[in-house]
Design a protein around this ligand. Structure first.
Ligand SMILES: *[C@@H]1O[C@H](CO)[C@@H](O)[C@H](O)[C@H]1NC(C)=O
Ligand SMILES: *[C@@H]1O[C@H](CO)[C@@H](O)[C@H](O)[C@H]1NC(C)=O
Ligand SMILES: *[C@@H]1O[C@H](CO)[C@@H](O)[C@H](O)[C@H]1NC(C)=O
Ligand SMILES: *[C@@H]1O[C@H](CO)[C@@H](O)[C@H](O)[C@H]1NC(C)=O
Ligand SMILES: *[C@@H]1O[C@H](CO)[C@@H](O)[C@H](O)[C@H]1NC(C)=O
Ligand SMILES: *[C@@H]1O[C@H](CO)[C@@H](O)[C@H](O)[C@H]1NC(C)=O
Ligand SMILES: *[C@@H]1O[C@H](CO)[C@@H](O)[C@H](O)[C@H]1NC(C)=O
Ligand SMILES: *[C@@H]1O[C@H](CO)[C@@H](O)[C@H](O)[C@H]1NC(C)=O
Ligand SMILES: *[C@@H]1O[C@H](CO)[C@@H](O)[C@H](O)[C@H]1NC(C)=O
Length: 290
């Protein structure tokens, strides 16, 4: 029985893994093709070089942003490009030669869970940033260009603040991925076009969550104890004051009854001391001498 259950679990895991891995690989090529197509279609016929255009995407692609810029080869070589969070240095050689090249930028965030889930890291890691990427095309999108970086790596700035323990993730076109440390200020250095994100070990996230929950519990606990303590102290003080007051009243009553200096009267049902005469005559201390 137990053995059978295990077998079923193993088989279904295998089936799920194979299916999803294949989906991932298939989606990959076609995702880039899809971005390219939307980018190409959203360029105006008389587009300018050096202007970034946002592609308009169908509404079922919420969570995805695609933009495109056309640059002259010599300008890209001399100045690089700094758009959409990718800081590309000068001296990036693109091949085969095309006098104008189109850089297609993409961003897939977790609102688009359908496409976001294509970008899988190992089971013990979880993505904590959108998947951003870029590809370079030439000759009016008829060729995908290869890049060689002679001027140092490309710097990626992610659009949101990332977990401290996050690592940079590179998704290679052969379907594998690599990880590296981020640079200062939550940026990643990369050496080619492709898709990139950031990931943290799962246990790290769970640790943080647990710590937060524990902290919260301690807060609630401490607050409760504090309130109870205050109530208790208040109660004790009240009892103390009350007992002193009672004792004083009893004392006064006893003395009053002993001496009977003051006459008593009843107001309603309470016994009250009643003074008929003012015993201390007021004395004017300083006579007014004109
Ligand atoms: C393109 O989209 C980005 C992100 O949604 C936005 O910040 C930017 O203003 C848009 N640019 C244009 C020209 O519409
Ligand atoms: C989104 O809509 C387009 C047509 O507008 C369709 O071709 C595509 O398959 C849809 N994608 C998803 C994920 O539903
Ligand atoms: C690239 O652009 C960002 C903001 O868009 C800016 O902060 C940064 O300094 C630019 N980098 C270079 C090298 O110009
Ligand atoms: C999507 O990402 C944001 C910011 O990183 C996070 O707050 C949110 O919980 C994520 N949503 C899902 C469904 O993972
Ligand atoms: C680029 O291709 C589009 C459509 O494929 C076409 O309309 C446009 O004229 C082409 N541009 C150039 C400069 O050839
Ligand atoms: C571009 O690079 C890929 C992989 O490195 C290679 O297979 C391909 O032949 C290159 N294309 C050109 C035109 O050099
Ligand atoms: C999808 O394609 C990108 C680059 O085109 C690649 O980095 C990534 O690993 C691919 N993902 C899968 C699951 O094949
Ligand atoms: C995938 O491509 C990357 C970078 O090009 C390379 O380091 C890695 O060995 C490749 N993996 C496989 C399985 O081909
Ligand atoms: C990455 O960071 C970890 C911890 O901060 C460090 O131990 C490791 O040496 C770093 N790796 C590289 C290649 O710098």
């Amino acid at each position: 029985m137990v053995f059978e259950t295990r077998l079923i679990i193993i088989i279904s895991t295998f089936v799920v893994l194979t299916c999803c891995l294949r989906l991932g690989v298939e989606a990959n090529g076609s995702l880039d093709d899809m971005f390219e197509e939307y980018a190409h279609n959203s360029l105006p016929t008389h587009q300018k070089t050096g202007v970034l255009y946002n592609a308009s995407l169908p509404s079922n692609l919420t969570g995805i942003e695609v933009s495109v810029i056309r640059l002259r080869w010599d300008s890209f070589w001399a100045k690089g490009a700094n758009y959409s969070g990718f800081q590309m240095p000068p001296r990036i050689f693109s091949y085969p030669y095309s006098p104008r090249l189109d850089i297609v930028y993409s961003l897939v965030d977790n609102q688009s869970s359908y496409y976001y889930s294509y970008y899988n890291v190992a089971n013990d890691h979880i993505l904590v940033a959108p998947v951003v990427g870029f590809n370079v095309y030439g000759n009016n999108f008829t060729a995908k260009l290869n890049l060689t970086l002679f001027g140092g790596p490309i710097l990626i700035r992610f659009p949101q603040v990332i977990n401290e323990k996050a690592k940079c993730v590179v998704f290679y076109s052969n379907g594998t991925f690599g990880m590296s440390n981020k640079t200062r200020q939550d940026m990643c250095l990369v050496r080619d076009q492709g898709h990139f994100s950031m990931a943290v070990p799962k246990e790290e996230l769970e640790d943080v969550k647990e710590k937060r929950e524990n902290l919260w519990k301690w807060w609630v606990f401490g607050f409760g104890i504090g309130v109870l303590g205050l109530l208790l102290i208040g109660f004790i003080v009240f009892i103390f004051i009350e007992s002193i007051r009672r004792r004083n009243i009893q004392k006064m009553e006893k003395e009053a009854e002993k001496n009977e200096v003051l006459e008593t009267t009843y107001v309603g049902q309470s016994k009250m001391p009643l003074a008929t005469v003012v015993r201390t005559q007021p004395v004017i201390e300083n006579d007014y001498v004109p």
